[in-house]
Design a protein. Structure first.
Length: 79
């Protein structure tokens, strides 16, 4: 059975985003895409590349929203 969700949150993971070195476009894109499909993006957070921080925010948002999307945080990088 496919379950429809009505609201969502997004985590953007990356020290480079927090520092301003890189601009995030995914949050805007996802919000627009979801809105076209009747899903409200209720919250967006930008967090650092720290395992414990990522786990904390995923758990917290998962308890509040039907779906949680993540972007970035692909692993150890030079930053």
């Amino acid at each position: 059975m496919v379950q429809k969700f009505h609201n969502a949150a997004m985590l953007v993971v990356g020290d480079e985003i927090l520092s301003g070195r890189t601009r995030d476009a995914n949050l805007y894109y996802l919000g627009s895409y979801l809105a076209k499909h009747g899903i409200e993006l209720k919250e967006g957070r930008i967090i650092p590349d720290e395992h414990e921080t990522i786990v904390h925010h995923v758990r917290e948002l998962s308890a509040k929203y039907d779906a949680v999307f993540t972007s970035g945080g692909i692993g150890p990088t030079h930053d």
